[in-house]
Design a protein around this ligand. Structure first.
Ligand code: DGL
Length: 244
């Protein structure tokens, strides 16, 4: 049986799980949301590494043979440590997100948004520059995480937070917005209205392509998903029921 473990700090990784589920690349998906300790993105590197290794230990109980790190903050600081502890492939969302823009014009104006840890790790910026992209603005937008966890994805509060973070930008000039946090795809419709000329890059969609191409995964007959959370599993399941 092909069983994939997926984890995030909370509900955000469900945006990735949703795409993997739809593509039917595994017989079973085991999803773990570390809701007792969300958010990860404001924490120290060493803390995120420890939380990530604990998530891996939990998922190993289910005999997984693949791990998707559906958290950019963990992908930016913990991927090597996770790979050392796993005897199966470990794939992060940053590599997928980067692959998704490989055919874009190198003069595009890119806005990268993510948690503090993801932005400060400089992982995306380094890889984008290496690919030849020159115009990159990066902004950490941590308030989006609790808002999405609360199910608030549009309306006045979101508009105010957009103005707080993006008020100084010339928004019609932005060509690409990289959603560098897996919570952010749930804000896609509001973000697309705000950055009306931009293409939004969502690593959940990109990861399906990467899994097919780089790991040769093929569609199976049926995929089931089991959901776990370190606190209030009902809230995670209710959220999943709405979006999956
Ligand atoms: N969804 C996660 C990410 O992609 C974590 C957000 C957080 O817990 O701060 O970074």
């Amino acid at each position: 049986m092909n069983r994939c473990g997926i984890f995030d700090s909370g509900v955000g990784g469900l945006s990735v799980a949703k795409e993997i589920l739809k593509a039917k690349l595994f017989d079973e998906i085991i999803y773990f949301g570390d809701t007792a300790r969300v958010p990860y993105g404001n924490k120290n590197e060493s803390t995120i590494i420890r939380y990530s290794l604990e998530a891996l230990e939990f998922l190993k109980n289910f005999d997984i043979n693949f791990l998707v790190v559906a958290c950019n903050s963990a992908s930016s600081v913990a991927i090597e440590e996770l790979r050392k502890e796993a005897s199966f492939p470990v794939v992060g969302v940053i590599e997928a997100g980067i692959k998704a823009i490989e055919n874009e014009n190198r003069n595009s104006n890119i806005l990268l948004i993510g948690t503090k840890r993801t932005i400060e790790s400089n992982k995306y910026q380094f890889l984008l520059k290496k690919m030849g992209f020159k115009n990159i603005v990066s902004i950490s937008t941590p308030l989006f995480v609790p808002l999405v966890e609360e199910g608030i994805v549009e309306g006045k509060i979101i508009d105010d937070v957009f103005d707080l973070y993006f008020g100084k930008l010339n928004r019609e000039k932005i060509d690409i917005v990289i959603l560098g946090c897996t919570h952010y795809p749930f804000l896609s419709s509001s973000l697309q209205k705000y950055f009306f000329n931009a293409k939004l890059i969502h690593s959940g969609q990109a990861i399906v392509e990467l899994l097919k191409k780089d790991y040769g995964l093929k569609e199976v007959n049926n995929t089931t998903i089991k959901l776990f959370a370190s606190d209030n599993p009902k809230a995670l399941k209710d959220f999943a029921n709405k979006i999956l």
